[in-house]
Design a protein around this ligand. Structure first.
Ligand code: CO8
Length: 258
């Protein structure tokens, strides 16, 4: 499929998705959401890590497209929110890790997109916020859920109720991002992190992602049982045999993902 608003690239086992709607600072309209969903659904099996970033030096994603939302009625608003939420859930539950390389504004739906990714790193010019209540709406792409999970309910409520933006250093302090870099270093750092993920056993990485995501909502006993089951399943993979054999013979293992 030809994408109108996405630039796509691969570097070895790493896929790089750049959201590109420069006139609106990469704001997400229905077409872009559809394109992201299609892209994620059709990632080749050889890809072991996905990086999502925004086009240009100013913005990751400046939110959902306000011009598209302005005239919606309640039913249409719910449908638009559902569409975004479904696409972001695809990203969250993708078999491979997803790194958000946040290169500027990550507001509203942009912050929500970043939160659907496994790992967030940003440039020092990044700005984060959930400004929706200033527009008469609430975060509608699962931001009320994920922000509270990530940074705790108290800080999430403050950010959402005030609608105020925060800078990169504050995002780092509250745990919304894992690291802050000079703009020129952001993508090289994202790629270096992706490469270190890709060097590991892909099935084990996928199981680790599945465990961390699933266990959050389980009781401790259920979570321990969940991890135990997937831990056992690792021993049915060639990667586990090859990885441990390589360690014991002091060699480096190239994992096949089986
Ligand atoms: N939607 C549509 N257009 C946008 C958006 C947006 N979210 N953000 C920026 N743009 C457009 C501007 O309108 C402007 O267009 P034009 O050149 O035609 O006037 C262009 O991008 C450049 O923007 P600015 O001139 O405003 O650039 P500044 O550097 O002055 O300001 C800001 C940058 C601070 C990012 C500013 O553009 C801004 O505040 N944007 C809106 C941010 C925002 O409120 N985002 C949240 C939107 S709501 C949302 O995301 C809800 C998600 C859940 C949806 C659930 C569905 C029901």
């Amino acid at each position: 499929m030809e994408y109108n608003f996405l630039k796509t690239a691969t570097e070895g086992n790493i896929a790089i998705l750049t959201i590109s709607a420069p006139k609106s600072l990469n704001a997400l309209n229905s077409t872009i959401l559809g394109e992201i969903g299609h892209y994620v659904d059709n990632l080749p099996a050889s890809i072991r890590c996905l990086i999502i970033t925004g086009d240009g030096e100013k913005s990751f994603v400046a939110g959902a497209d306000i011009s598209e939302m302005a005239g919606l009625n309640a039913q249409e608003g719910e449908a638009f929110g559902k569409r975004g939420a479904e696409v972001f859930r695809k990203i969250e539950t993708l078999r491979i890790p997803v790194i958000a390389a946040i290169n500027g504004f990550a507001l509203g739906g942009g912050c929500e997109l970043a939160m659907a990714c496994d790992i967030r790193i940003c440039s020092n010019n990044a700005r984060f916020g959930q400004p929706e209540v200033g527009l008469g709406i609430i975060p509608g792409f699962s931001g009320t859920l994920r922000l509270a999970k990530l940074i705790g309910m108290g800080m999430a409520k403050q950010l959402i109720y005030t609608g105020k933006n925060i800078k990169a250093d504050e995002a780092l302090r509250i745990g919304l991002v894992n690291a802050v870099y000079e703009p020129a270093d952001l993508m090289p750092q994202a790629i270096a992190m992706a490469e270190s993920i890709c060097a590991n056993a892909p099935v084990a990485v996928a199981y680790a992602k599945e465990c961390i995501n699933a266990e959050y909502d389980l009781s401790d006993d259920e979570a321990i049982a969940y991890e135990n089951r997937l831990f056992g399943m690792c021993f049915a993979t060639e990667d586990q045999k090859n990885g441990m054999k390589a360690f014991l013979s002091k060699e480096k293992c190239t994992f096949e993902g089986r």
